[in-house]
Design a protein around this ligand. Structure first.
Ligand SMILES: NC(=O)c1ccc[n+]([C@@H]2O[C@H](COP(=O)([O-])OP(=O)(O)OC[C@H]3O[C@@H](n4cnc5c(N)ncnc54)[C@H](O)[C@@H]3O)[C@@H](O)[C@H]2O)c1
Ligand SMILES: [Zn+2]
Length: 368
């Protein structure tokens, strides 16, 4: 098993381990018990993760109190679910000596992390991500939260995990569309931080789509190392961590303008292409870069053009309302070169002339 350590900053005690391997879920429980033996575990999964057999594999028949989020997915990522989880923990007579174990995708991880952050003023959380998105992105970094009826992640807390166990074999049961969509975050990581990793994705895309254990482990190691490094440097997203929002400014707007018919990674793929066009407009792109990126995303099978029914006005309006906006106009993360974010004066998120953004958005609309 490959291990790396995330050093949580000085303001907090300790650090946490991220273990990456393939097919170790069935043998993981004793490890969790030995790492958190003095704590009583409470496992949170969702109905699809249970149906795929992962909860049984993890628990191996042990009688451990657990909560199954049902229906699965974003619809249940709300405060009602968080309250139900906290109350289930109380009813199981758990206290401050609990360790919460989240087994699932980003939805489970975010809700479970939030529940752990608020239960008895905070108990440790172990993340066992089971989607390509969660393994690459959400399980590491300590952002937890639930949606309100108005916006995504309206309630939340930074609550860093006590440990992360990435068993890449768990993503084999994921449906094809979710699998591919989540891999967009891997492409994003390569683009912002590691040109060689980008080449690896170009070379191995077919094997990755075949979900072969060895290549998935290499992928997970790269993702965890990149995300871990960025989070370590800036755990509370004051500056550097913003680079993880590459492709997300327009991506979030596209996701929302599609009324969430597009999956997150699919919308981010479109956002990455839009960022690439902005880079060209600003003279930041080397020749052929956007074509390379678009080709890789197309091979991944995520969209690189806007859906036909998405209206440009609404999109611009949504970009303006990006929650990270300053003066009602959002900042953009842009690449200076493949594998490196452009950060003049140490700023990772930059203001872009709104005429450029409007021009690029219009060009995306015209090209669909
Ligand atoms: N905390 C963060 O830093 C962060 C970062 C990125 C995204 N997110 C959040 O993550 C969420 C999206 O994550 P996601 O794409 O993993 O969604 P998800 O957890 O909803 O999983 C997608 C679908 O796959 C199912 N599933 C999960 N694992 C499975 C498996 N192994 N086999 C079969 N089915 C499985 C789920 O039940 C769900 O239907 C969003 O809410 C987003 O806001 C958080
Ligand atoms: Zn994302």
């Amino acid at each position: 098993m490959h291990e790396l350590e995330i050093k949580v900053p000085a303001s907090r005690p300790g650090s946490y381990k991220v273990a990456v391997g393939s097919g170790f879920l069935a043998n993981l429980w004793p490890q969790i018990k030995s790492a958190f033996g003095h704590r009583r575990p409470f496992v949170i999964a969702d109905a699809n993760v249970v149906a795929a057999g992962h909860l049984d594999t993890l628990l191996g028949g042990r009688p451990v109190p657990h909560f199954v989020i049902d229906p699965p997915g974003e619809v249940s990522k709300n405060i009602t679910t968080a309250v139900a989880i906290v109350e289930a923990m109380e009813k199981a007579y758990l206290g401050r000596d609990t360790v919460v174990v989240a087994l699932g995708g980003g939805t489970v991880g975010d809700v479970a992390g939030f529940a752990a952050a608020i239960f008895k003023r905070g108990v440790p959380i172990v993340q066992i991500p089971t989607t390509t998105l969660a393994q690459a992105d959400s399980a590491i970094g300590g952002k937890t939260g639930v949606d309100s009826s108005v916006s995504k992640n309206a309630f939340g807390a930074f609550w860093h995990p006590a440990a992360v166990y990435v068993d890449v074999a768990t993503v084999r049961t994921l449906d094809e569309r979710q699998y591919r969509s989540g891999l967009t975050e891997s492409v994003k990581h390569a683009l912002i931080a590691d040109a060689e990793y980008f080449e690896f994705l170009e070379q191995k895309m077919d094997v990755i789509l075949d979900r072969q254990g060895e290549v998935l482990q290499t992928l997970a190691q790269h993702n965890c190392a990149i995300k871990g490094r960025v989070v370590e440097a800036d755990p509370d997203e004051r500056n550097q961590r913003r680079m993880l929002n590459y492709g997300h400014t327009i991506g979030h707007a596209v996701e929302s303008a599609s009324n969430y018919r597009l999956l997150h990674g699919e919308a981010v793929a479109i956002g990455i292409v839009a960022a690439g066009r902005i880079e060209i407009e600003m003279g930041l792109s080397e020749p052929g870069r956007l074509e390379r990126v678009t080709t890789l995303l197309s091979r991944l099978g995520v969209p690189v053009t806007l859906p036909p029914d998405l209206d440009a006005e609404k999109l611009i309006d949504l970009i303006r309302h990006d929650k990270k906006a300053i003066d009602r106009w959002p900042r953009f993360v842009l690449l200076g070169q493949l594998g490196r974010v452009h950060c003049p004066d140490g700023q990772y998120a930059l203001e872009v002339d709104r005429r450029i953004v409007e021009k690029v958005t219009q060009s995306m609309v015209d090209d669909r």
